[in-house]
Design a protein around this ligand. Structure first.
Ligand SMILES: N[C@@H](Cc1c[nH]cn1)C(=O)NCC(=O)O
Length: 465
């Protein structure tokens, strides 16, 4: 690609990331306005939680249809249409004064949001060389999370200074801007490149979905997303705040700081993980399992700690949970590398269902267990008591175990398929000892060459896995 073509690729990616960032702002803004929503809609806590649950249900339910539509119509149309839906949803919310009217707004936002991320990921292989895609996938996911900060800072400021309608109209304005940029500047692929869109009828669509699902690499992506994303999502969107502030007695300002760390950790670790995945494509599922194990261990330590956990342990908890976001992006890398480009949207949609289903399920069960313990008298009248959270949060170990079993069993199927294609995976132990041997050899050569002429040696050899 020419340097002009390169510039254009970064520009297209920038517009896509902006649209995704605004989708995250639209997704998270309602959570910031919880107290105002209670007063405006005169709603109970469970009616308010219906807003979030419904929005996420719409989001998860639309993933496969949207994936199919991305393959059919291309990312530009989907990103622009998603921005229009989110804009309409925020305008509806700005005007709504009853729970049903508010829910209509959130459903529109959930639908528009569902159309954005998959379509933005679909732009990457069309505009960039394959070697850059893993890092750019990570960067897309992490930069998008900055949308949460827009909700927490400028949106909250406008909400408190000018009220409900101006704040939501402001987010509607940002979605309108995303629409204009996408419609005017996005292109599905560089000029002169073949158009990967597939015009297909119902029967071909069903076949495409079934082929994407039958590909074990797609399911490996879905279980990877399922296993790594949910714990952090549940923590950030629902139960993290009451757990830290009420059960652990952390100062609210420190809680806000801990929650903001999520975004920062993702931005730092995402590209590192993306680079690692690019260098070790045959060890992606091992990384997924290691991060899932780290999440299980840090939860075990926090929930078993006698009494309230010290701040350092809560900090480690937040750091490890935040790693789950970048780790879940490995799932999309599986979808991309195990499916042809004309089926990538569909496969990405299947992967994206994993983490959001696990999150919805866990959010619901944790709430249910907290309610049950409170109604039984176990919580001593404190819905958010530490002992109740210890029991309720333990549900996560079951979800993690189910996810890890899914990863291991799909990985076996993928490896069997690779063996049939003649790709042999060297055992991890052999790779690690080979790496150690190369490092020793490199150091010895370096010492030798320094001894001879004082010059430095060549770069360290890359690992072979
Ligand atoms: N795994 C997330 C993205 C992410 C990255 N860091 C934290 N979260 C994901 O699946 N995103 C899809 C979306 O629509 O946001």
């Amino acid at each position: 690609m020419s340097s002009r073509g390169h510039g254009r690729a970064w520009f297209v990616w920038g517009v896509g990331v902006f649209a995704y960032l605004i989708a995250i702002t639209a997704r998270t803004s309602f959570g910031v306005a919880g107290l105002e929503a209670t007063a405006r809609f005169e709603a109970t806590a469970s009616a308010l939680s219906a807003f979030t649950v419904l929005q996420l249900l719409v989001y998860a339910g639309l993933q496969i249809p949207v994936g199919v539509l991305v393959d059919r119509f291309g990312p530009r149309l989907m990103i622009a249409s998603g921005a229009v839906l989110m804009c309409l949803g925020q305008v509806q919310l700005a005007a709504a004064t009853s729970v049903p009217a508010g829910i209509v707004g959130r459903v529109l936002v959930g639908a528009g949001d569902a159309m954005t991320f998959i379509a933005v990921l679909r732009l990457l292989p069309a505009w960039f060389p394959a070697s850059r895609v893993p890092i750019l996938t990570q960067l897309t996911g992490q930069l998008g999370q900055l949308g949460q900060l827009i909700s927490v800072i400028p949106f909250a400021l406008v909400l408190h200074a000018f009220g409900w309608s101006p704040a939501f109209l402001g987010v509607a304005g940002l979605s309108l801007l995303a629409f204009v940029l996408a419609a005017a500047l996005l292109r599905n692929q560089p000029a002169g490149e073949p158009d990967a869109r597939m015009a297909q009828g119902l029967r071909e669509t069903a076949t495409a979905v079934s082929k994407a699902w039958k590909q074990p690499g797609t399911r490996l992506g879905m279980w990877s997303h399922f296993t790594t994303q949910f714990s952090g999502t549940v923590f950030i969107l629902t139960w993290g705040y009451p757990f830290l502030a009420s059960a652990q007695g952390v100062d609210p300002a420190v809680v806000t700081l801990l929650m903001s760390l999520f975004v920062v950790v993702g931005i730092i670790c995402g590209p590192l993980l993306g680079g690692w995945v690019g260098r070790h494509p045959l060890r992606r599922s091992t990384m997924v399992l290691l991060i899932a194990a780290a999440i299980a261990v840090v939860w075990l330590a926090t929930l078993l700690y006698p009494g309230r956990s010290p701040l350092w342990l809560l900090l480690v908890l937040v750091l490890v949970l935040a790693l789950g976001g970048p780790a879940s992006m490995i799932g999309f890398d599986f979808a991309r590398t195990y499916n042809p480009s004309h089926r990538m949207g569909t496969a990405t949609g299947i992967v994206n269902i994993g983490g959001f289903c696990a999150s919805l399920l866990t959010m619901y069960i944790v709430g249910l267990v907290l309610d049950l313990l409170n109604n039984s008298g176990f919580s001593g009248g404190d819905l958010y008591s530490l002992d109740s959270f210890r029991i309720a949060f333990s549900v996560q170990f079951i979800v993690l175990a189910v996810g890890a079993c899914g990863v291991v069993s799909c990985r076996r199927a993928v490896r069997k398929q690779m063996a049939l294609e003649g790709v042999r995976l060297p055992p991890l132990r052999a790779v690690l000892s080979d790496n150690r041997r190369r490092r020793r050899q490199y150091r010895a050569e370096l010492r030798g060459s320094r001894g001879r002429d004082g010059s430095s040696g060549s770069d360290e050899g890359k690992s072979t896995d």
